[in-house]
Ligand binder design. Structure first.
Ligand code: PLP
Length: 423
């Protein structure tokens, strides 16, 4: 059952409670490989579900527009101080509702509508909010998009520099949603300096790896750092923007009153809890294990003849190009889900197929590492993925059902924070 237990919800609204329970069981029984997801701790769940959801706190600590901030002010200050200590930054804003609003605040802090900026193209691994044509960031500003090299699958820093010199952007984003390799913050910083642009690092995916020392930090290179708090960082759905003191005012003003009203105080509390967890030595071990698992899984997939974008991974994320397997990403992802292995279909760089049925699969190892899986299980996991992809081509539901059973059997031995098999 769900942990913490939800007896009031069960008594009062069995429809909702039933779906919450079913979701907890689903998360317990599936190998969850969606790269942006994780399992938060019961402590983070408790903070998220607390009475802080009742409070309104527009403004910042000591400068609120509502009374009754005796507890929220120290709480938000605690979250800020923990963020500053963990990442080694001068300033942190913990109020953005999620990663996309945080990025909008970065635009508001540094750009005017119509201004030119650079970001990684969505089909190359960038995020929607880095200037995709369908995003407000692509409609209200002037995005210049960079990508990866076709031969290496890695960010083409020569292209970034050439474009920056030609287009003179006011701001350059680095980071993205489907980048399996280390982001070269010093190289981006040098290009930004050369053209007089602000460098914004979006570390939404890798914040936990940075906190745990398993990925280099953008601190000292990027002027602004945006991140979600719920991916590798393993906190609640939320976001932060960090910066030097120089940009603190502009960023705070952009978040509130620029874009948002009251912060979500229950989320702020849960962010504070997650940041304390991420400062423990055990979290550094966790971050290293995420990467070790991803590299072991990548090696096992390569051994089975899978093509990986850039040939492997330096972080938590693997991008499979299924072209040589003769199946699209969508039918493969759907078959894998029926086999108890949950991930998402994804475009690969230079994808000849359409975004709704692209050539790739994206996998991440943060959730399975939270469950306690290690390198030793990765060959088995690759074998199941391979079986399910092959079964998808032949529409062999029997194989998918068998693998789903084997997955359930394996995971039964690995506890899930947020779920207990018995009350
Ligand atoms: C997930 C993500 C975001 C957006 O976060 P949401 O909370 O989904 O709005 C922004 N940037 C990057 C790089 C991300 O991976």
């Amino acid at each position: 059952m769900h942990q913490p237990a939800i007896p009031h919800l069960q008594a009062q609204d069995p429809d909702v409670a039933g779906l919450v329970e079913a979701e907890a069981r689903r998360q317990f029984e599936k190998i969850r490989l969606i790269a942006s997801e994780n399992y938060v701790s019961p402590a983070v769940l408790e903070a998220t579900g607390s009475v802080l959801t009742n409070k309104y706190s527009e403004g910042y600590a000591g400068r609120r527009y509502y009374e009754g901030q005796q507890n929220v002010d120290p709480l938000e200050t605690l979250a800020i101080e923990r963020a500053k200590a963990l990442f080694g930054v001068e300033h942190a804003n913990v109020q953005p509702y999620s990663g996309s609003p945080a990025n909008l605040a970065v635009y508001m802090a540094f750009l005017q509508p119509g201004d030119t900026f650079m970001g990684m193209a969505l089909p190359m691994g960038g995020h929607l909010t880095h200037g995709a044509p369908v995003s407000v960031t692509g409609k209200w500003f002037n995005p210049v998009r960079y990508g990866v090299r076709a031969d290496t699958g890695r960010v083409d820093l020569d292209e970034v520099r050439d474009l920056a010199l030609k287009e003179r952007p006011k701001l350059i984003w680095c980071g993205g949603t489907a980048i399996p390799r280390i982001i070269d913050f010093p190289a981006f910083a040098e290009i930004a300096r050369e053209v007089g642009a602000v460098l914004a690092a979006d570390v939404a995916h890798i914040a936990g790896l940075i906190a745990g020392g398993a990925h280099p930090s953008p601190v000292g290179y990027a002027d602004a750092i945006s991140t979600t708090t719920h991916k590798t960082l393993r906190g609640p759905r939320g976001a932060m923007i960090m910066s030097t003191e120089e940009h603190a005012k502009a960023i705070d003003k952009a978040v509130f009153p620029g874009l948002q009203g009251g912060p979500h105080d229950h989320t702020t509390a849960a962010i504070a809890v997650a940041l304390k967890e991420a400062a423990q030595p055990s979290f550094a071990a966790y971050a290293r294990q995420i990467v070790a698992n991803a590299q072991a899984l990548a090696a096992a997939l390569v051994e089975r003849g899978y093509d990986l974008v850039s040939g492997g991974t330096d972080n938590h994320l693997i991008l499979i190009d299924l072209t040589s397997k003769g199946i699209g990403g969508k039918p493969a992802a759907q078959a894998l889900d029926r086999a108890g292995i949950e991930l998402n279909y994804n475009t690969v760089p230079f994808d000849p197929r359409k975004p709704f049925d692209p050539s790739g699969l994206r996998l991440g190892t943060s959730s399975i590492t939270t469950r306690g899986l290690t390198e030793t299980q990765m060959p088995q996991l690759a074998a199941w993925i391979d079986e399910a992809v092959q079964a998808a081509s032949k529409a062999d539901e029997g194989v998918l059902a068998r693998v789903a059973g084997q997955v359930r059997e394996l995971l039964a031995a690995y506890p899930m924070p947020g779920w207990a098999a018995t009350p």
